[in-house]
Design a protein. Structure first.
Length: 527
């Protein structure tokens, strides 16, 4: 054994400044008493992560004694085999660290961690603790006997370019807490649709998802892998070939830089595998913390739910927390929620909203110029599921109906409102193409605007329908269209205008002829 000298206090103070909270007091010897190590982070990705503590030196009657588990490590460092001499030599070696360069302490901690993780069989941790939320922070707590410890959080952090806190050295004193603030961060993933976690979209329209993460710090890894996994609900269909990736703004090449396994055969899982991130970063000098951005597309399909329940899809990253690669680390899941919307078409006689009018025909457009006939007729097509229900049709259904009734015409009934579902947020134009007998047909299409707001987690907060600038407050999805009885008088530019113009021209021509004849009969001459 080697008696603890005054010199150790100074060196441990240096180590404390460099690698964490090392107590400046000597580890107290108290039989049967323990101390505590706490590792704290503000990052929610630390939640649930395991932290391991390895006792390098134990305390025996006020003296440091080398733990048997680390004898081979110090044999390699000191070149000695005698147990008594080795313990003394190991103490002197650690005691001298940081005297000239604080980086020596950091490098030593990392070297010791690498040795621990490489042993077969593995070196057993003296104590472990999993991080849990505590007053907005995430804290891992480990109770151990007094001594000098190597503290190792689960690997795989994105950290920063000087990631010293992935391997920490600390003293543990009886009845005291050695507190360490974890500065490195574990990989995170975020997924959005146009910057939000929620959206309201029309069936069969492409939705672009954006997934973001950061380039990890791979300093202590031989290989570092990242695999993005996205799980779609049954109401979402992935668009094949739509995956694109950039790192630090540079476009990555599919198959060369990453591989994609697309959903197929009833499996709704998309995986994007960025193999050997370390090799990519080394070859292209991407800095730790630079953005990894992945985009891909999906469509709402016929299974999309039209009520308060959204279609969800969730993404996570499995990453390496072993220096040799693998996918043992896992981020928290981030979700997006996609909704569809429906409207109730309420066709009635003016002055009596309860008098529903049958046999009015409508077409719905998502472009104003189409509704006004300025471009070819491209009305939205629907699957008519029964007399009062129309659902936006998918491209596959339009091409191969398979017995479905596909139509672009919505026909009202006398028994009540007609439901149109599968719509998304945005502007539509509803055009009445045939009015009920004895009623006038509106001259212009009605502009229908669907608006939605979402919470931070993507949950739908509000949805409103506006018809020709008038918000619907009584019923969020009720679109009221009234018809008036009588003969429709001509409007500007209509046939009536043409008739009046023709009559006017005839009157003017007749007047001119009468004037000429009158002049001739009076003998007037013109110059």
């Amino acid at each position: 054994m080697h008696s603890i000298k005054r010199k150790v206090v100074a060196i441990l103070a240096v180590v404390a400044m460099v690698v964490g909270s090392l107590a400046t007091a000597l580890p107290a010897y108290a039989a049967g008493k323990t101390g505590t190590i706490t590792v704290t982070s503000s990052s929610k990705e630390f939640n649930g992560q395991q932290v391991s503590a390895y006792q390098v030196f134990k305390v025996d009657n006020g003296s440091y004694v080398l733990n048997d588990a680390f004898e081979q490590f110090f044999v390699q460092k000191c070149g000695l085999t005698d147990d008594e001499t080795l313990s003394s030599k190991a103490f002197d070696y650690v005691n001298a660290l940081g005297a000239d360069d604080e980086e020596d302490v950091i490098d030593f901690a990392k070297e010791m961690r690498a040795w621990v993780l490489a042993q077969t069989p593995a070196v057993a941790a003296t104590g472990t603790g999993n991080a849990a939320e505590n007053s907005g922070m995430y804290v891992a707590t480990i109770t151990v006997d007094p001594g000098y410890y190597l503290v190792v959080p689960a690997l795989g952090s994105t950290g920063n370019n000087n990631r010293g806190t992935d391997a920490m050295l600390t003293n543990v004193v009886a009845d005291q807490t050695a507190s360490i603030n974890l500065k490195s961060e574990y990989p995170t993933v975020s997924k959005t649709i146009d910057g939000e976690h929620g959206s309201m979209d029309q069936i069969d329209k492409e939705i672009t998802f954006t997934v973001k993460s950061k380039v990890p710090d791979t300093t202590n890894f031989k290989t570092y892998n990242m695999k993005f996994t996205d799980t779609f609900s049954d109401g979402l269909t992935f668009v094949p070939g739509s995956v694109e990736m950039t790192i630090g703004g540079d476009t990555m090449a599919a198959t060369t830089d990453y591989t994609v396994t697309e959903p197929s055969g009833g499996d709704n899982t998309l995986t994007i595998d960025l193999v050997d991130v370390k090799g990519h970063i080394t070859g292209n000098t991407y800095a730790t913390g630079e953005e990894i951005v992945i985009t891909y597309k999906a469509k709402l399909n016929k299974n999309a739910i039209v009520d308060d329940d959204p279609e969800t899809n969730s993404v996570k990253i499995n990453y390496s927390n072993d220096p040799n690669g693998g996918y043992d680390g896992e981020t928290e899941v981030d979700k997006d929620k996609v909704y569809t919307f429906d409207i109730d078409l309420h066709k009635y006689a003016a002055g009596n909203e309860s008098a529903y009018l049958a046999d009015a025909e409508f077409k719905l457009y998502d472009k104003e110029e189409n509704a006004k006939g300025e471009t070819p007729d491209t009305a939205i097509k629907f699957v008519k599921t029964d007399a009062t229900h129309y659902r936006v049709a998918t491209a596959d259904e339009i091409t191969t109906p398979g017995g479905l009734e596909i139509t672009d015409t919505i026909t009202t009934v006398s028994t009540g409102m007609v439901n149109i579902d599968g719509l998304g947020e945005g502007d539509y134009w509803l055009k009445e193409t045939k009015q009920p007998d004895g009623f006038n047909k509106p001259a212009n299409p009605f502009k229908i605007t669907i608006d939605a707001t979402f919470g931070a987690d993507g949950t739908l907060q509000t949805s409103t329908v506006t018809v020709d600038t008038t918000p619907n407050t009584a019923n969020d999805n009720d679109v009221k269209i009234e018809n008036r009885q009588g003969t429709l008088l001509p409007g500007t530019g209509g046939m009536g205008t043409v008739i009046f113009t023709v009559v006017g021209v005839a009157v003017i021509a007749g007047g001119a002829a009468w004037y000429v004849n009158r002049r001739r009969s009076s003998g007037a001459h013109t110059a």
